[in-house]
Ligand binder design. Structure first.
Ligand code: SF4
Length: 351
């Protein structure tokens, strides 16, 4: 099996008791069957504590939250299962968080979710362009029913998308405009792989990129985040902070945080782009990426910091299957068409 991970993956260390926003609360902490059996076999005071904490929510075994937190957490924010029994004793959810893995046959891609403050810090404090490294192990690939040719095309096209987004010689708003145009063209030609390959070559060509930017320049004005605000406000929320901050969501100049927003764009593309191999809806993934990045940028002022805005957005949207479905489906509506999204990428620089 080939595993692809971000370049800073092995630098991650859980902050444990020093974490400003522990992941041991606010959302459902699912306990898998094997972990439940291990937990119920623990004897003594910890065993009794675990047994008391276990509950069932919507048919799933979970830790019951008290005051929004896992009741096992000690006053100094530590998990007694880890301190007394070791990390390997944890349920899969607790053991793997904030690592999220997508498996596509013989390829598995793992990212550190930016809902974790330390993972967000590692991503957003990195100045060098985000890149990915591969590791190979002896685990056999999982069977899949993906179209191999289309999957290879999507992998190659994602590299082109990364290159567009990481071209720091252009303002970020131009790079995102090119990304959207590229994704729109690919989506319209998903069935014709040769055309998609030709599109990759075209979008790698700087003079073609310049022509595209000229072509759409007039469309890039009068943008408003009102539709995005309505969409995100209608979602299910974990905290009050998120809907409160959304009230002040507006279009912002991307320039001051271009570097961090570039990293976020690549982060979301890495997590979502290949999902098109399962549903043919590349536009949904890329439009959702751009909308997410613009939202995080727009929430920076009301929330107070870009890292905090990214962390909260990830926790509220990226970690809810229901919210992600709403977000992706909305990208098919006329209000999130290519023309409408280009309006949000106003030209703030002289050309
Ligand atoms: S959010 Fe991240 S740093 Fe904080 S406790 Fe969870 S894994 Fe550790």
């Amino acid at each position: 099996m080939i595993t692809r991970i971000p370049n800073y993956f092995h630098d991650f260390r859980c902050l444990a008791g020093a974490c400003p926003d522990t992941c041991c609360g606010q959302w459902e902490i699912v306990v898998d069957e094997a972990a439940k059996a291990r937990y119920l076999a623990v004897e003594g005071p910890l065993g009794e504590q675990i047994e008391k904490a276990l509950t069932v929510i919507d048919g799933e075994d979970c830790m019951a939250l008290i005051d929004g937190k896992c009741p096992l957490l000690t006053e100094d924010g530590l998990c007694p299962i880890v301190t007394q029994l070791g990390e390997d004793f944890l349920s899969t959810t607790c053991h793997t968080h904030p690592r999220f893995t997508e498996i596509y046959g013989g390829l598995q891609e793992t990212m550190l979710s930016i809902s974790c403050p330390e993972a967000a810090r590692l991503l957003l404090e990195q100045e060098a362009p985000l890149h990915f490294v591969t590791e190979i192990d002896t685990v056999l690939p999982e069977p899949d029913d993906l179209d191999a040719d289309q999957f290879d095309m999507l992998l190659a096209a994602r590299q082109t998308a990364f290159a567009l987004v990481q071209d720091r010689s252009r303002p970020l708003s131009d790079r995102l405009a090119l990304l959207l145009c590229f994704a729109g063209r690919l989506q319209n030609n998903m069935e014709a792989l040769q055309i998609c390959e030709a599109l990759c070559r075209r979008y790698e060509d700087r003079s073609y990129q310049d022509k595209q930017l000229c072509r759409v320049r007039r469309k890039r004005r009068h943008g408003s985040m009102i539709r995005t605000r309505q969409l995100l406000t209608a979602m299910e929320h974990l905290t009050k902070d998120f809907p409160t901050a959304l009230k002040d969501l507006e279009c912002t100049d991307l320039t001051p945080y271009a570097l961090q927003l570039e990293q976020l764009t690549v982060y979301f593309l890495f997590r979502w782009w290949l999902k098109a191999a399962c549903n043919d809806r590349l536009w949904q993934q890329v439009a959702a990426t751009v909308v997410s990045v613009l939202t995080i940028s727009g929430l920076c002022k009301p929330i107070g910091s870009l890292t905090e805005a990214a962390r909260l957005y990830s926790k509220e949207v990226e970690h809810s299957q229901e919210n992600m479905t709403l977000l992706r489906n909305a990208m098919e509506l006329p209000m999130f068409s290519l023309g409408e999204l280009l309006k949000l990428l106003e030209v703030h620089h002289a050309v």
